[in-house]
Ligand binder design. Structure first.
Ligand code: ZN
Ligand code: ZN
Ligand code: ZN
Length: 445
């Protein structure tokens, strides 16, 4: 028998030879493509790995009696609880096994859902990396008892457990008092945390302003008043009016940060924003949403588009977008009125140091009858430099409307004095002059 005949027979009958041949042919093909400059071998290898992983995931899901990829998509919808799996990037792998709630519908452009993890972080995840688990809503009384689709062993586990808002552990339901068990996830504490006085993550995070809240020229924290800040679409940086005023005084009309010329017509702004949107800049999504919401830069008002882009910006972690979505859900503008969703978005924003979101959470607690919790929120927004919050904290303090058990005298006085330092940090001679002149005067300087 010739060598060729021997090889042919082996390939026909022996699975190992079949696999070997397949790999040999593929390697030669990849080699040829690489030689022709069509691709890099690793790219092809990645594609092959992706398709293998995907097919294994699909067959696993079907073996579990779970919905496969194609059918699974239709059951993944906003409000459903999910578990993340199969992410392969270095950062993604750390997220496998985590639970979350779907907060945005499937985005047609990116093919991803927004998934909010406990703690408020929102990720964009493909449907193939999500498995439905039993309902575990962030808010709403007793809704943890609603049975989800009974499929995998995850389901049983999730229904029996609740997440503590302080230690963030998933614990059996009897680890919570009846009263705490009725609270939404971000507000409830397990018996251990309650006894040990462990603070809620919601109250521990977002107590300082982030770096992106600084003017990149003078490095001072930006004022809260939108009228004292300008968003430059050329570089998507928020600059304080003080720095714009200082630049104009020296005859510079270009952007004082990136030196790009300022568009001479309002209608030229929208294409600049769109270009940054295409590059995936979260602030650009936010700016585009604002343009559609208020009809800026020649855009026709379109609240549905505004909501869509706020959601994209929020998925990318833009806290202003979370705040605005909260307002729209609260008022039922462009979306179905939903107080629970409003709170979710404000919590996400507040935990990134958003001062108005924090203030609103205080109002939510006050309206719910808990002045103690309201004061905890307002102390934080006062510390960040919000005048309205400081005034409420001061009058509650003077009127004796506080309980030392939850808000110590020391913590109240500290928030009032930190308010003063925060305000001081936000002011500069140029900012004062700019404020006195007014925005229009600076524009036409
Ligand atoms: Zn706990
Ligand atoms: Zn500045
Ligand atoms: Zn610029």
């Amino acid at each position: 028998m010739s060598l060729l005949g021997y090889v042919f027979e082996k390939v026909r009958d022996d699975p190992f030879w079949q696999i070997g041949t397949m790999y040999t042919v593929m390697s030669v093909l990849i080699g040829v493509m690489y030689a022709l400059g069509l691709t890099h071998p690793y790219m092809v290898w990645d594609m092959v790995c992706d398709s293998i992983v995907q097919s294994i995931q699909n067959s696993n899901a079907q073996a579990d009696g779970d919905a496969g990829d194609s059918r699974g998509n239709s059951t993944l919808s906003v409000g459903r609880s999910v578990k993340i799996h199969g992410l392969r990037s270095e950062r993604g792998r750390a997220l496998n096994g985590k639970y979350g709630t779907i907060v945005t519908e499937l985005d047609g452009e990116t093919g991803r859902h927004g998934v909010m993890l406990k703690g408020g972080r929102i990720l964009a995840v493909k449907p193939g990396n999500l498995t439905l688990v039993a309902a575990r809503p962030f808010s709403g009384e007793g809704r943890d008892d609603v049975p989800g689709p009974a499929r995998s062993c995850d389901t049983v586990e999730a229904a029996r457990e609740k997440i503590c808002g302080a230690c963030e552990r998933e614990l059996p339901k009897d680890s919570f008092s009846e009263e705490q068990g009725r609270l939404r996830q971000s507000m409830r504490r397990c018996k251990d945390c309650l006894a040990g006085g462990t603070e809620l993550v919601l109250m521990k995070t977002g107590r300082t302003r982030s770096e992106e809240d600084e003017c990149p020229i003078c490095n001072l924290p930006l004022p809260f008043d939108d009228g004292e800040v300008m968003l430059k679409v050329c570089c998507m940086k928020k600059l304080c009016n003080g720095c714009i005023f200082a630049a104009r005084k020296q005859g510079m009309r270009n952007c004082p940060f990136c030196r790009a010329p300022v568009p001479d017509e309002e209608s030229k702004t929208l294409p600049i924003i769109q270009k940054r949107v295409d590059a995936g800049d979260p602030i650009a999504f936010y700016a585009l949403a604002d343009a559609y919401r208020y009809g800026l830069h020649g855009a026709a008002k379109n609240i549905a588009k505004a909501v869509k882009y706020y959601k994209r910006a929020a998925e990318l972690g833009e806290k202003d977008a979370h705040y605005n979505l909260g307002v729209l859900y609260e008022e039922g503008v462009g979306v179905k009125k939903d107080a629970a969703k409003a709170i979710q978005h404000w919590e996400a924003a507040a935990m990134c140091g958003h001062v108005s979101a924090r203030y609103n959470l205080g109002c939510v607690e006050k309206d719910g009858g808990s002045w103690d919790l309201a004061l905890q929120h307002w102390k934080i927004s006062a510390t960040l430099g919000d005048k309205g919050s400081m005034e409420i904290v001061r009058s509650m303090f003077m009127g004796g409307q506080w309980s030392a058990a939850t808000n110590s005298l020391e913590s109240i006085l500290k928030s009032l004095s930190e308010y003063q330092s925060a305000v001081k940090e936000m002011s500069s001679p140029d900012r004062h002059k700019a404020k006195a002149l007014g925005l229009d005067a600076i524009r036409w300087m």
